[in-house]
Design a binder for this molecule. Structure first.
Ligand SMILES: Nc1nc2c(ncn2[C@@H]2O[C@H](COP(=O)(O)OP(=O)(O)OP(=O)(O)O)[C@@H](O)[C@H]2O)c(=O)[nH]1
Ligand SMILES: [Mg+2]
Length: 391
């Protein structure tokens, strides 16, 4: 699973990336700090099912701390987008090809209103404009790709199928194409779609294939609340998360240095005695007040929302021993696998190993011990043994 971080310049995309991945990347208070994309791994969190078994899990593909399972996903941070990027302005939009294969997007806006849509300083800018601009540029980017292939697509026997195949690198499926054509009441004629119609179709395809949340970032800055409300009014409160990437990054760095004890997503932290300088203590006090006021940084919550709500994912634990919930070496709940809701035992087998999937016979439910067919739809937190003729 890949999550793309996009937005206008200087909004805090790399700060968010760094907080999520704990990787050091360039962060600065001016536009176009990032040119080459940053790629890394971050973790969604969910309550581990270990306590149900009264056992301590020994994760291999993930981590578990105090009963919370951390499941890895990939994240990519790209250069800032500006108005006219599709015509080559700013860094252009070539770099967007790096997010083509993402499953969902985090669209970062500056809720403080102190940067404009080009990333330059501003005393009171409206972040709604950043969001509109970014969505429009993303649609233009996809439209320009579709335009290049339109003649060929329109002439093919089945244009819908041809368009889906042409856009498979964007994780756009036949279903997305069919829904987009239906929603826009379009059909692809033999002579191809007009440019404005291609843009309308591209915007719809983006909406369907790249669901997004808006990170109303820099919410720690006083006076952000009014801007956050503006974004919520325009895009719906459920699609907006007020957050502070800078606070999350500072907390994770302080934790790495052993200065504080902090759990990702918590609304407070504890200072380790004697490990902070007077200056650090002062900064931590200010941070603590912000966390208390805002009830946390909301970064982890945002990531979980993208993966579990927007992408409708479930967590499934494949095991070899359905009684002990362990692998062949006795490691309890070694793997936690993210699957889209509706996935089957066969999809799980595919996620584990293609050989195991090819020779899969059936599966066994770790709780009921019932035999499950290959097309049995899995539920969140299922513990499943795949029975396969493969060694
Ligand atoms: N107050 C505050 N400042 C932030 C926050 N997140 C980022 N910043 C600051 O915003 C500036 C830009 O941060 P970056 O992460 O470099 O922004 P970007 O969107 O990656 O910028 P480009 O790569 O230039 O497009 C830096 O000075 C950050 O410290 C936040 O949550 N709160
Ligand atoms: Mg950046």
């Amino acid at each position: 699973m890949l999550i793309g971080i996009v937005g206008a310049p200087n909004k805090g995309k790399s700060t968010l990336f760094s907080a999520l991945t704990e990787m050091n990347v360039d962060i600065a208070d001016y536009p176009f700090t990032t040119i080459e994309p940053n790629r890394g791994t971050t973790y969604v969190t969910t309550e581990c099912v270990e306590k149900e078994k009264n056992a301590k899990c020994r994760p291999k593909n993930s981590r578990c701390v105090d009963g919370i399972r951390y499941i890895p996903i990939s994240v990519i941070d790209v250069a800032g987008l500006v108005s006219g990027a599709h015509e080559g302005r700013g860094r252009g939009n070539q770099f967007l090809n790096d997010i083509a294969s993402s499953d969902a997007l985090i669209l970062v806006a500056d809720a403080s209103g102190r940067t404009d849509s080009s990333g330059n300083p501003c005393s009171s800018c409206n972040p709604v404009e950043d969001v509109m601009m970014v969505l429009s540029e993303l649609a233009e980017w996809l439209a320009s790709t579709i335009r290049k292939g339109m003649r060929q697509i329109a002439r093919s026997q089945n244009p819908g199928e041809a368009l889906a195949t042409y856009l498979s690198g964007f994780k756009i499926t036949r279903q997305h194409v069919d829904s987009a054509l239906k929603n826009t009441q379009m059909q692809i004629p033999k002579e191809g779609l007009s440019d404005p119609n291609i843009l309308t179709l591209a915007a719809e395809l983006m909406k369907l294939s790249k669901p997004f949340v808006i990170a109303a970032n820099k919410a720690d800055v006083p006076g952000s609340a009014a801007n956050i409300d503006k974004i919520k009014v325009e895009y719906g409160a459920q699609n907006v998360i007020a957050c502070s990437a800078a606070a999350e990054l500072a907390l994770r760095k302080a934790r790495t240095k052993g200065v504080i004890r902090y759990e990702d997503g918590a609304s407070s932290f504890e200072t380790n005695d004697g490990s902070a300088s007077a200056e650090q203590l002062e900064a931590l006090k200010a941070m603590s007040a912000i966390l208390k006021r805002d009830n946390g940084t909301h970064i982890q919550e945002m990531l979980n929302r993208v993966v579990f709500d927007l992408l409708d994912s479930i967590v499934v634990y494949p095991v070899e021993d359905e009684n002990k919930w362990a692998d062949g070496n006795g490691n309890v709940l070694p793997d936690a696998v993210l699957l889209r809701n509706g996935s089957t035992t066969m999809d799980l087998a595919m996620a584990v190993h293609t050989e195991i999937a090819k020779k899969m016979l059936y599966a066994i439910d770790g709780r009921t011990h019932a035999r499950l067919a290959k097309d049995h739809a899995l539920k969140n937190n299922d513990v499943v043994k795949i029975v396969s003729a493969a060694k």
